[in-house]
Structure formats: C-alpha cells, structure tokens
Ligand binder design. Structure first.
Ligand code: GLY
Length: 401
C-alpha cells in the first residue's frame, strides 16, 4: 500500500513539475522581451551583413522568397534611403565605427537626388532617413546643405491651387493632381529645413499640405484613403482612391500607419490641435481593428482575412507614430494608452513569429509591399526593419534605459 502511495505521489509530482515548467515557458515567452538583448542582436546582425558590402551604388530593398539575402535597387528607388538610415540607427545604439563608415558609404551616393529635378514626394524618405539621421548624429555641415537642397527640390512639387504636393507626377493621367497619405511622412524634411536655414515658405507648404490631407484623405470614421485626386486647375477635390490597398474605401494598413505618424509629427511641428486630433482618430481606428496577434493584415478590409498576408512594416511605422503621439498628448491616461500600444506592437514584432533570426539577412519577416500587384508579398522589406529599429530606439528613450 505504501509503495502504491509513494508511486502515485511521484507521478503527481512529475505531472505538477511538467505543468509548472509549461506555465513558466509561456510566462517566459511573454516576459522574454528584453530591449537591450533585442537591440544588441539586431545591431550584431546588421553589422555582420553590412561588413560584406563593398559597392554603394545600390541599396537593399527586400528578401525574395526562397532567398536569404537582400535584393538591391537603384538610387532612384523610393526605398534607397532606408538602408543607410538603418545603419545610422545601428550606429546610434552601438557607437560602432565600422557601422558609421558603412552608413556614410551608403548615404553619400544619394546626394544626387537633392540636386536633380523632383521625381516624386519620396525625396523625403530617401534623404531624411539617410542624410537626416546622418546630420542628427554627426552634425556634418555638408549633410545639412544636401538636406536643405532636398527640401527645396521637394517643394517644387507643391501646387498652390490645391495647397498640396503632387506626390506622384508619373500618375497624373490616372489620378490628376494626386496627394497620397504616405506623403505626410515627407513633410518632416520641409519642417526641418524651415527651422534650419531654409526658406520659411517650406513651413507653410508643409502645413497646407497636411491641412488638405486631413480635410480630404482622412475619412469620418478615422480610416484614410491612400490617394486623393484633385483638379489641377481649380484645386477641387475629386475623389479618394486606393493604389496599394484592397479597395478605394478600405483601410490599407501601412497607409493608416503613415497617417498616424505623419499627423503626430505635423502636430509636433505646428502645434495645430486639429492635427493632434487627427492622429488620435487614426490611431484609435488602427488599434480598435488590430487582429488577435496584434500585427495587422496588409489591409484591414480584405474579405479573405485571416488567409491573407500580414504587414509587419505597418506595425513598425504605427509603433513609431504611437510613441510620438504618447509624448504629445497631455492627458496621462492617453499618454499611457498610446505608449503601451506602441510598446505592444514592438514586443509583438520582437516575437519568434516575426523575427527573421538566422532565416535571412533582414530583421523582420512578413511585410507586404504591393498586394494588388502581387509584389513583395509576405517578405522582409527594408522599411519594416528601418522603422522597427526606430521604434526600439524610441522605446528605449521613453523607458529611459
Ligand atoms: N510609399 C509606398 C508604400 O508605402 O508602399
């Protein structure tokens, strides 16, 4: 009898021990997020990959399916500035001189964009992520000159009749004067230039552009159109479209992220509370509709959800915007709300489901570039990594660690 009792005791203890270990593992999974470890690992990976590059006239953009290395694009590609920008963030965190050297090597070939005629609004992404971060971290006066020239070049796309920048001159036939939600991000270059020796009119251009975007691209329900179409002569708003989303009226995930970040930044630069309220409205809509794992599908309204790809880049952009917003709202409850939402997005991206680890040269898996064109579907994309690094650094600063 004693032996039977002893055996049952041992079996029960074993079951208990196994269950506690399981519970501990899942608690570990939740509490495992350690920002220092994540940043160290990311920077190590970025450094290892960057060391292998000896040509600086093309720039990582995405990792194709069945490949492990970045595919490269030309200087003129809208994504050319993100890789140097990410190298600058990695240098900012580590102080590593090798990373700085590669950041400089990949930044300087982009100068030509500032002194060529404007192809589109992407000048902001291309130059502010590369030269902008480079100038912020080094104070290099040559970089400042390039940034001021880039702002002037971007401003040539402004149409005073509409009161906004023509985002895509190549799409005039299809959309007339078009202003896209992504363009909100590139106003930062204009606001910066107006404060740093550039023409003061750059501030007015940026503010007017944000006002037109707010009035015509942000919908009543807090979602945003991707593209606004305007009459070139009269400036009248004609129609909202999508270009990379599911449908004209749908909520394209990355566009919503650009809007959150762009309007928070526009409020920071102007103090206009309408921009703050717009950033809040876009954020609330985004957060209210997030799926269970906290990372958006590529478009919130794709009827095939959940059998469609995610967009980690949208989560990374929104995380930066939400953390920016948390520093701008006065109400303590709202501060915590947007800070926690931004932090949760970063934690979710830092989970094993989204980190690339040794699978390829990128930091993050699962971004979607252009679903309607079946391009960059569920792959690593450079701007996801760029904004992910930015979000981690923002989080570190906000948590003061
Ligand atoms: N600016 C283009 C995109 O977000 O895909």
């Amino acid at each position: 009898m004693r032996v039977v009792k002893l055996v049952s005791f041992l079996v029960l203890s074993l079951v208990f021990a196994c269950n506690s270990a399981k519970k501990e593992r899942s608690l570990n999974e939740v509490s495992k997020f350690n920002i220092e470890n994540i940043l160290k690992n990311n920077v190590e990976k970025i450094k290892t990959v960057a060391q292998t590059y000896t040509r600086f006239d093309s720039f990582p953009r995405h990792v194709n399916k069945n490949n492990t290395q970045w595919s490269f694009v030309k200087t003129t590609d809208w994504c050319s500035g993100f890789y140097p920008g990410m190298l600058w963030y990695a240098y900012e965190y580590s102080g590593d001189e090798g990373l700085k050297k590669q950041a400089v090597n990949f930044t300087e070939p982009l100068k030509v964009i500032a002194y060529s005629s404007a192809r589109n609004h992407d000048i902001g992404f291309q130059l502010y992520c590369s030269y902008g971060n480079g100038y912020r971290l080094t104070g290099n006066q040559n970089y400042k000159e390039v940034l001021l020239a880039a702002a002037d070049t971007l401003a040539t796309l402004y149409n005073p009749k509409v009161g906004s920048i023509l985002s895509w001159p190549s799409q005039i036939k299809r959309y007339k004067h078009n202003t896209i939600i992504d363009n909100m991000m590139n106003l930062e270059l204009l606001f910066w230039a107006a404060k740093n020796g550039g023409d003061k009119s750059l501030y007015n251009i940026a503010k007017s552009h944000a006002e037109q975007t707010m009035k015509h691209l942000v919908r009543e329900d807090g979602s945003a159109f991707h593209v606004g179409s305007f009459d070139i002569e009269t400036g009248a708003f004609l129609q909202g479209y999508t270009h990379q989303g599911y449908a004209n009226e749908s909520m394209w995930a990355r566009g919503q992220g650009w809007g959150i970040y762009g309007f928070a930044m526009a409020y920071r630069e102007t103090g206009d509370s309408n921009f703050l309220n717009t950033a809040i409205k876009l954020s609330d809509k985004f957060l209210e509709r997030l799926p269970e794992d906290g990372i958006p599908f590529w478009d919130f309204d794709d009827p095939k959800i959940p059998n469609v790809p995610k967009d980690a880049s949208a989560a990374a952009v929104a995380a930066c915007g939400l953390m920016e917003l948390s520093g701008l709202v006065q109400d303590e409850k709202l501060k915590s709300k947007y800070f926690n939402a931004g932090k949760t997005l970063v934690e979710n991206l830092s989970s094993s489901a989204y980190l690339s680890h040794a699978k390829n040269d990128a930091l993050l898996l699962h971004s979607t570039g252009n679903h309607p064109k079946n391009k960059e579907m569920d792959v690593p994309i450079i701007y996801a990594d760029y904004y992910y690094m930015e979000a981690l650094l923002r989080l570190k600063k906000l948590e003061n660690i």
